[in-house]
Design a protein around this ligand. Sequence first.
Ligand SMILES: *Cc1c(COP(=O)(O)O)cnc(C)c1O
Length: 374
Amino acid sequence: MSRFPRDDYRTLGRYVPDRRPVEVDLTDNTNLWGTHPAALRVIREAGEETLSRYPDPYAGPVKQALSRRFGVPVENVCTGCGSDDILDAAFRAASSGSGRVRYPAPTFTMIPPFTSMNGHLDGAVPWSRALADPEALLDGDPVLIYVCRPNNPTGHLVPRPWLEGLIGAVAKRGDEAPLLLVDEAYAEFSGDSLVLDAPRLRRVLVLRTLSKAFGLAGMRVGWAVGPTEVVDEVEKARGPYKVGRLAQSMAVAAIDDPEGWVRGVVADCLESRSRLLSALEERGLVPFPTAANFVFLPLEEGTASATALALREQGVAVRPFGGTTEIGDGVRVTVGPWPIMERFLNALDRVREAAPNAWAVPDPALRLKAVGIA
Ligand SMILES: *Cc1c(COP(=O)(O)O)cnc(C)c1O
């Protein structure tokens, strides 16, 4: 056995999303209304010192803007190069390695890689089991628990009482409690967030991002709220200077949101989402109910990648999920402005005419039940 590369990195790969050019890209849940106009003004007016000087090491100005908008104390907020960076830092802060990471599956595809990147052990728990008993996530004394709410890729919002039960069970472990991460990347679209409760909870960190509703995925700014004893440790693990100077200025402008752009985009998205769900149901399909800016559409087993490919040939890219725990095959579709959704529905109709069998899902209700939404 050689010293390099690390043995436990052998199965780890790079993240390789399909980024071939396509007319309509509905694969990554970014903001199809574009970016924040106040952030664009910042780019246009940026001076030389924006590039030549280091930024504030822990993005103090961003924390202050978040505190103004969301009413959370500055000392309870941390930031990162996207919320992925905060997740990664939290995985590092939770344990020096070889600890168990528990999460209801399926969930955010970055969780298994962050687990192995940080030398932890994978501990997926199927959603149906976690829903029946949140304490299943505490089996085997994990160092970290991850819950995505609303969940990616299903879109469902696990009920708040369930989450509160889990938070209580974690707190009961006292000093032996694992760190509980609640990923709220899509909270703007669900209208429910734990951000205001997070400062007084034990061993909890609630993560948010500017990559989705705020339209700033390209600038990589994430933020999180928790008790100071969690936030301080995660920030130490994260290290300084993760959010660049231009990104900080744009984030502040977008968070202050003088023209209420985010509210308008979210309202439009929710309208588009309900029209899309109706349009899919009118076609006899069974999209999962969703609290996010995307919709999961279940498909016949083994047909997800062929379906995504066929849609791509019609100029529309969606994210395929094949043989996924609990939910089998399906495609995840980002919700955008209605004309884009009409474009998607047209492509879908053409693909369905060519391969009608892929759309006859044997028992969609069973899959919905697995994630507790039927
Ligand atoms: C998109 C997404 C994020 C955001 O990641 P960033 O690094 O902030 O761009 C985080 N969690 C989930 C579940 C997501 O889908």
